[in-house]
Design a protein around this ligand. Structure first.
Ligand SMILES: [Zn+2]
Length: 77
C-alpha cells in the first residue's frame, strides 16, 4: 500500500480568471440594484442627511412608480 502525499506545487500558476469573474459578478449586482424590480426603470439614487449629521440615508427610488427600492443608513463615526 503506497500513499503519496502530493502537494499542489503549481498553485501560483493558476489562470487569472478570478479578476474577470469578480468584475462580472459586480456588474450584475450593480445592474439589479439600479433598476426597479417592478418596471425595470433605472432607479434614482438619493442621498440625504439623516436625523443628525452623522447619518447618511441612501435611497434608490423608481421615478416611474415611486417605489423606494432600498434605503441604506450609513453611520459616520
Ligand atoms: Zn418602477
Amino acid at each position: 500500500m503506497q500513499e503519496k502525499s502530493r502537494k499542489p506545487e503549481n498553485s501560483k500558476s493558476q489562470p487569472k480568471t478570478q479578476d474577470s469573474n469578480q468584475a462580472e459578478l459586480h456588474e450584475a449586482f450593480v445592474d439589479t440594484q439600479n433598476n426597479c424590480p417592478l418596471c425595470a426603470t433605472e432607479l434614482v439614487i438619493e442621498v440625504d442627511i439623516g436625523d443628525n449629521e452623522f447619518t447618511l440615508k441612501e435611497q434608490a427610488k423608481c421615478p416611474a412608480c415611486d417605489l423606494v427600492a432600498r434605503v441604506k443608513d450609513h453611520g459616520l463615526h
